[in-house]
Design a binder for this molecule. Structure first.
Ligand SMILES: Cc1cc2nc3c(=O)[nH]c(=O)nc-3n(C[C@H](O)[C@H](O)[C@H](O)COP(=O)(O)O)c2cc1C
Length: 185
């Protein structure tokens, strides 16, 4: 089976971001059938429809990069019960110009990570709402709402919680199967 290339998007720009640490942990436990790469979104200018005809180089680079991937994985915090602006901006930039969305048909999955107990449920589902519209078939199960993030990593950013490692290993195996199934269909 050929390796599937997966773009990973982290919805936090914070240096010590738990979501970035989780993204790295997800990459580590991922099966060999997936090749994951974090795609940076922090330098994308705010989406402006006026630029559809003359896009900034950052938009073009991002849209072209996205097209080379077989699937997408979002790892995001919850900001005010929704998706952080930086991630929503990347989604909007990738979705335009109208009719040329770079997201179209790419299988996806969502992991939300929060210091709170609810594990970013609100962000996870707001994001799924956009992904339905963008025709990103998003893995329904297992869901991943990872709470109490401050207790999960050591000071070097390594995941130190065994049950979380076991859970994300199963999650990534399920995602690999989901990508293979969607791509074969
Ligand atoms: C602007 C802002 C809004 C937040 N809103 C929520 C929220 O609605 N729900 C929640 O669980 N945590 C919320 N948090 C706390 C985040 O879960 C916490 O800052 C987390 O560490 C962010 O992820 P990161 O470590 O990857 O940066 C908020 C944090 C910020 C800065």
């Amino acid at each position: 089976m050929s390796q599937k290339k997966i773009a990973v998007f982290v919805g936090s720009l914070r240096n010590e971001s738990f979501n970035r640490k989780m993204a790295k942990a997800l990459i580590k436990v991922s099966p060999d059938s997936l090749k994951l790469e974090i795609v940076e979104i922090g330098e994308l200018p705010l989406y402006n429809q006026d630029f559809d005809d003359k896009p900034p180089v950052e938009y073009t680079r991002f849209r072209e990069a996205l097209k080379k991937f077989d699937g997408v994985l979002f790892v995001t915090p919850e900001y005010n019960r929704s998706v952080p602006a930086v991630l929503k901006n990347a989604i909007d930039v990738g979705s335009r110009p109208y009719g040329q969305s770079a997201w179209n048909g790419k299988p996806g999955a969502v992991v939300s990570v929060s210091v709170g107990a609810i594990g970013g449920f609100g962000a996870n589902h707001h994001l799924r709402q956009s992904l339905v519209f963008l025709n990103v078939p998003t893995m329904p199960q297992p869901e991943a709402y990872i709470g109490n993030a401050a207790d999960l990593f050591d000071d070097k950013g390594n995941l130190i919680n065994d049950s979380t490692r076991e859970f994300i290993t199963k999650f990534m195996q399920a995602f690999a199967e989901w990508v293979a199934r969607c791509r074969a269909a």
